[in-house]
Write a protein that binds this ligand. Structure first.
Ligand code: UGA
Length: 338
């Protein structure tokens, strides 16, 4: 069945990979909105890809026109960078919460299906050995730990979408990415790349020959998920065969790629030395230490471990992550360094 997919924030990491997969493997049409399009250049001339340059908070006419016609809306425009949570929490609230609430309400008004990006961060500092969508309690720190504004904004939207679904028949699926990595995660060659998420941040330091810094010892762990695995799951969610994703919440992560940040740093640095163009720079890089207060400021608090339970996605979607850490990093480094 041909479908109309609306992707807001399409130029971002997830949006650009999703759009590419849809155009390459389906006959669906995409209406895309973003404030930039540098990650979409290969799609811009495609007859089923319709791009409009615009800000979701200002493009009212565009949203009025396209949301009623869409089969599925994916609102992917958000700030997802911990340094910004602590440095500019209100901007995170305004975009991630307020602007996206407007999109949720528009979907409700037209009874349009919404596939919404929740986040692994909603679980906060929960201590369960794996985070389960239906059982794990969300644990956030005190208000002066501003890092949690992102988690809290996303959690509130999860709750609103769930309630609109249950009481007002909004068709929805929530998905929770766990540290998705891959090409285009962030631009590692940009001046402000040192503000980006950990894999791109370490890469940006290597390409400059600057030292990598482990925050508070680097023993904190993350499960890294390759973008292609994430997109496989999203495609199954959008397809929604027999309603398998209706009113569901899915962790989308790879529990087998569970590494400490110190292990990640060593791994990326040794892989980078295989790219002749960056060998000299990589040889200069040392793995050093810093404190969270120094690196992020007093408003930061960290998650020590974060493993997704993926049985819901396995059972309902028939999805399982396939790409191991070595291949995920290899493919990411090939994109940036080759
Ligand atoms: C991220 C972001 O909040 C979102 O992108 C997203 O919602 C979520 O995780 C996810 O993808 O699941 P986090 O994993 O804490 O949160 O963010 P990173 O910036 O990638 O940091 C990971 C770890 O590396 C943290 O413990 C951080 O302290 C550490 N780190 C970061 C360093 O040791 N050194 C650095 O230079 C940067």
């Amino acid at each position: 069945m041909t479908r109309n997919i609306v992707i807001l924030g399409c130029n971002g990491f997830i949006g650009s990979h999703l759009a590419q997969r849809i155009i390459e493997t389906t006959d669906w049409h995409i209406q895309a909105l973003d404030i930039a399009n540098h990650n979409l250049t290969s799609l811009l001339d495609h007859e089923r890809f319709h791009f409009t340059l615009g800000d979701i908070t200002k493009s009212h006419e565009w949203l009025d026109r396209h949301i009623p016609l869409a089969d599925v809306v994916l609102p992917l425009a958000a700030i997802a960078n911990p340094l910004v949570y602590v440095q500019d929490p209100i901007r995170v609230f305004e975009l991630d919460f307020e602007a996206n609430l407007d999109i949720v309400k528009r979907c409700l008004k037209h009874n349009t299906r919404i596939v919404f990006p929740s986040t692994s961060e909603v679980y906060g500092m929960a201590t369960d050995s794996e985070f389960d969508e239906q059982n794990t309690h969300f644990v956030l720190g005190p208000i002066h730990k501003e890092r949690w504004i992102y988690s809290c904004s996303k959690q509130m939207l999860d709750r609103i979408i769930y309630a609109y679904g249950k009481h007002h028949q909004l068709p929805y699926t929530l998905f929770r990415p766990f540290n998705w990595i891959g090409p285009r995660l962030d631009n590692v060659f940009e001046k402000n790349a040192n503000q980006s998420r950990v894999v791109s941040k370490f890469l940006s330091q290597i390409v400059r020959g600057e030292n990598i810094e482990l925050v508070d010892g680097g023993q904190q762990r993350r499960c890294f998920t390759y973008i292609d695995d994430g997109i496989d799951a999203l495609m199954k969610i959008i397809e929604n065969n027999n309603g398998c994703a209706d009113q569901e919440i899915f962790n989308i992560g790879n529990p087998n790629n569970d590494f400490s940040i110190a292990e990640l740093a060593e791994n990326i640095l040794s892989l980078a030395k295989h790219y002749p163009k960056y060998l000299d720079k990589a040889e200069q890089v040392k793995i050093t230490h810093t404190s969270a207060a120094q690196h992020y400021g007093a408003g930061y608090q960290d998650v020590s471990a974060r493993v997704p339970a993926v049985h819901n996605a396995q059972q309902k979607l028939g999805w399982t992550p396939k790409v191991d850490m070595q291949s995920a990093l290899q493919q990411t480094l090939d994109y940036y360094l080759q």
